[in-house]
Design a protein around this ligand. Structure first.
Ligand code: C2E
Ligand code: MG
Ligand code: MG
Length: 555
């Protein structure tokens, strides 16, 4: 049987024997006195009834009656005390049970798993066994809660705890450490790591079976990290107690998450360094947001027919004092995990709006939006508030979302897109072709533009037999069919540009036109071609804008 608190009953029962003994003492003394007085009174009563004597002394009779009263009192008190003690014992047991148990799943809790694990380690050592501390974390549980409510979330946790518990060998421990995190502790013969692997694989498979709650089939997966005190697997020679094993298992679990979730890893020392780097990165990002170290860079978006700049895509860069210029692929996922992507993005968009206000008002500004931001029901309002604050025309703003957003919560994304479009903001589907958007999604969501992922554009000149070209042609036809204009990403040379030009009126962007630039560099570029707008106040009189006039002449 798996041990929860109900089976780990300690023997800390404290009998309040003192009071019990006093009551018992009174009753015993009364009984002795009863025997003493009764021994002389009762024969006298018997003799009187037989007409042989004059009856007992009245004083002795009174003493006897008093004794009887005392015995009854003592006995009753004794019973009351027994009851009181029982109630107290039950209350203490309940309090301890509650303190050691997770009330939702009836597993042990974070507080009790540490001493229970230490006890199990000691027990296992006596018979020469090793133990494995298995940290289990549900993947994407927050979404289950957000989309289906906490009651459904609770049912998922209970079902998962039951599934894990049913697979653990007898004598194992199971705890819920909080939220969606569980820990199991199992014993195994030294060196027999495979046994733990088999068990954990069974846990992963079992957890991934659909969970039926309120008529919904919920798919949950788990990520697992394992640490052990087994001489074969331990990576540090130091004493491995429960605290240390829990910490190591946590690191391994975190690694499993990073590697794609729904899998397990054994702890290795290198993971600790990785984690240290990660926490330094997190601290750096937090500080960077506070210090304003994140800056917008801009990539030109070109009308391929005319060669004129149509707008810019804002690409985030971190100007880190320690690391130099850091690319978004490094810090965006971390900021998403940290829950500060919204704040970071708002900061960048504000800077971009200020920069773009100085450009020719015909130039658009595209910004990338993380799927995490789209989960915020207030996102559209926040964005519109920024536009109002900076008096930026919504028609000049395009937001780019990736296909992964469409799988998160389609109704929410749809209502967000609709309210932004109602205000004039345009929506592009970025990196098209790399995700799994279905035709019905493309038809039902009101996108304004498709952006072909640069991998397809690169394949055009790389792949033989024109297959790359055919794919782009197919996407362009799809866009035409759905009345969606298209931007091709990642144009790196003249050949790519020529091939794309033949495919219809496209927009394009890529290193062929230059690397992403700072606001200052963009300012110079636009100034050189006469497309830098006038300062904000004068910008209102658009027709008198010499910058735009000169662009019109250059076509
Ligand atoms: P994306 O939106 O698809 O942006 C295009 C990426 O491709 C940029 O990388 C750009 O520098 C790169 N690129 C452009 N032209 C070429 C080319 O010709 N060849 C090659 N090899 N690469 C090219 P970057 O700046 O590293 O951005 C990577 C991704 O990070 C972006 O992909 C976007 O998804 C994300 N991102 C950037 N800024 C932000 C932001 O502010 N917020 C969010 N949520 N994501 C951002
Ligand atoms: Mg983009
Ligand atoms: Mg892209």
């Amino acid at each position: 049987m798996v041990m929860g608190t109900d089976t780990i009953k300690s023997t800390r029962l404290q009998t309040k024997a003192g009071r019990d003994i006093v009551a018992l003492g009174i009753a015993v003394a009364a009984v002795i006195m009863f025997v003493g007085t009764g021994g002389s009174v009762l024969p006298q009563i018997a003799q009187q009834w037989a007409g042989l004597g004059k009856g007992p002394d009245l004083l002795l009779v009174n003493a006897l009656l008093l004794n009887i009263a005392l015995i009854i009192f003592g006995w009753r008190r004794y019973r009351e005390l027994i009851e009181e003690l029982e109630q107290r014992r039950v209350a203490e047991e309940t309090a301890r049970f509650l303190a050691e148990t997770d009330t939702l799943t009836n597993c042990l809790n974070r507080r009790s798993i540490t001493p229970a694990t230490d006890a199990l380690i000691e027990q296992a050592e006596k018979i020469g066994n090793s133990i494995a501390f298995v940290m289990v974390d549900l993947d994407n549980f927050k979404q289950v809660n957000d989309f289906n409510g906490h009651q459904v979330g609770d049912s998922v946790l209970k079902a998962t705890a039951d599934r894990i518990s049913s697979l653990l060998p007898p004598g194992s421990l199971l705890a819920r450490l909080g939220g969606d995190e569980f820990a199991c502790v199992v014993g195994f013969e030294p060196g027999n790591r495979e046994k733990v692997d088999i068990l954990v694989e069974r846990l992963i498979n079992s957890a991934s079976l659909p969970i039926m709650v309120e008529g919904l089939a919920l798919d949950i997966t788990i990520s697992v990290g394992i640490a052990s005190n087994d001489p074969d697997t331990r990576s540090t020679p130091s004493v491995l107690d429960a605290q240390c094993l829990m910490h190591h298992a946590d690191i391994a679990m975190y690694h499993a998450k990073k590697q794609g979730k729904n899998r397990h890893y054994w702890f290795e020392a290198a993971m600790e360094n990785e984690l240290r780097f990660r926490s330094e990165l997190e601290a750096g990002i937090r500080r960077g947001v506070a210090e304003g170290e994140f800056v917008p860079y801009y990539e030109q978006q070109i009308d391929l027919d005319t060669g004129a700049i149509a707008g810019f895509e804002m690409l985030a860069r971190w100007n880190s004092p320690q690391l130099g210029i850091v690319k978004p692929d490094i810090f965006i996922p971390v900021a998403e995990d940290m829950g500060i992507i919204g704040a970071l993005s708002e900061q960048l968009i504000e800077q971009a709006l200020q920069d773009a206000k100085n450009w020719d008002p015909d130039l658009t500004l595209s910004v990338n939006i993380s799927p995490v931001q789209l989960r915020d029901p207030w996102f559209a309002q926040k964005l519109l508030k920024l536009l109002v604050k900076h008096s930026f025309p919504p028609q000049r703003l395009e937001i780019e979302i990736t296909e992964s957003c469409l799988h998160e919560n389609l109704p929410l994304v749809r209502s967000m897109i609709t309210s932004l479009r109602n205000q004039g903001v345009k929506i592009s589907l970025d990196d098209f072709g790399t995700g799994y958007s279905s035709l019905s999604q493309l038809k039902s969501l009101p996108f304004d533009r498709l952006k072909i992922d640069r991998s397809f554009v690169a394949a055009m000149t790389r792949e033989s037999g024109e297959s790359g070209e055919k794919i782009i042609n197919a996407i362009v036809s799809l866009g035409n069919g759905l009345s969606l204009p298209i931007t091709a990403e990642g144009i790196e040379d003249e050949l790519m540009l020529e091939l794309l030009r033949k495919m219809g009126p496209l927009k394009g962007q890529g290193y062929h036109y230059g690397q992403p630039e700072t606001a200052g560099e963009v300012g110079k570029r636009l100034s050189n071609i006469g497309r830098l707008g006038l300062p904000v106040e004068e910008d209102q009189t658009a027709d008198e804008n010499p910058a735009r006039e000169s662009r019109k002449q250059t076509g």
